[in-house]
Design a protein around this ligand. Structure first.
Ligand code: AMP
Ligand code: FE
Ligand code: FE
Ligand code: ZN
Length: 277
């Protein structure tokens, strides 16, 4: 089996590894290929590609888009996306502006909740990356308000907690359309985050709209859930994919190419996705 990882993040979004560092990690993990799928940005791809070519590992140009945060979260992955489409890049810049504004509102709520952090600190942690809750979580740990990133989510940042602010987001079909506009194919990320009672209906609607695949292997999905995903894929003619959702130090215990040890994706997934282009 030639292994691949179709879901990874870098400092271009909320991962902690430089995009140029990911290819050597992929190589060391024994992977033939990996996809960089940063949230709402393509900015890490040029550096990742240069390093991938030098090291001799295949890079799939990817992205992860947030589709909604109701009844769970729906995320859509895009693969084989063009980086130079002006309309696509305008939309992505809009989404990132929304993320930056959201940091301000999140910080206001943290102040009100008695856990003040500075917007500047969050933005410094985010650096060039598209800012998100994991950066706020790191600021909360650094300020001593919580002991861990997970505690930051559990106490303040998760949906339903006092500092949760919804993200500006595209609808699921807008995500698929944006990926298509960039010349790519779409895959439903970690379907376990979609509320169970709406999953089937959402997958059916998205498949009709041109969704190409769905993630089965993912650290947050157990074997029983993966079996359900494979059945859904079969019913709606979707490619079964998977990935670690590697975030470096932002997700301890999740390794490139393997996740928690339960993720093993064959190169065939990339070939099948390419056939859907
Ligand atoms: P954002 O894009 O700012 O909404 O942040 C989403 C990211 O935060 C996800 O990609 C996860 O890495 C992380 N995340 C979301 N919810 C949780 C949670 N309940 N516990 C830990 N991490 C989470
Ligand atoms: Fe993330
Ligand atoms: Fe995601
Ligand atoms: Zn992800």
């Amino acid at each position: 089996m030639r292994r691949v990882d179709l879901h990874t993040h870098s400092t271009a979004s909320d991962g902690t590894d430089d995009p140029a560092a990911l290819p050597s990690l992929a190589k060391r993990a024994g992977l033939a290929a990996f996809a960089l799928t940063d949230h709402d940005t393509l900015a890490g791809l040029p550096a990742a590609r240069a390093a991938a070519e030098e090291i001799g590992v295949e890079l799939v140009a990817g992205i992860e888009l947030g589709a909604w945060q109701r009844r769970g979260e729906m995320h859509v992955l895009g693969y084989f996306v063009a980086e130079d489409h002006p309309g696509v890049n305008r939309t992505l810049a809009d989404l990132r502006r929304g993320r930056a504004e959201r940091i301000h509102r999140t910080v206001e709520r943290l102040v009100a909740a008695g856990a003040p952090v500075a917007v500047e600190d969050v933005m410094r942690i985010a650096g060039e990356g598209s800012p998100g809750r994991p950066h706020v979580a790191r600021a909360l740990v650094a300020a001593g308000h919580v002991g861990s990133l997970q505690e930051a989510f559990d106490v303040y940042l998760a949906e339903g907690r006092p500092a949760f602010v919804p993200r500006r987001e595209l609808s699921p079909t807008e995500c698929v359309a944006l990926v298509r506009r960039a010349g790519g194919v779409s895959v439903l990320a970690h379907p376990v985050t979609v509320a169970a009672e709406v999953l089937e209906k959402e997958v059916e609607a998205l498949a009709r709209y041109g969704l190409a695949g769905i993630e089965a292997d993912h650290p947050r999905q157990d074997e029983a859930f993966r079996a359900r995903v494979r059945a859904l894929a079969k019913a709606h003619d979707l490619v079964v994919t998977g990935g670690s959702d590697y975030h470096g130090g932002a997700k301890p215990g999740v390794a490139m190419g393997a996740g928690d040890g339960s993720v093993a994706v064959d190169y065939a997934a990339i070939e099948e996705l390419r056939e859907r282009l």
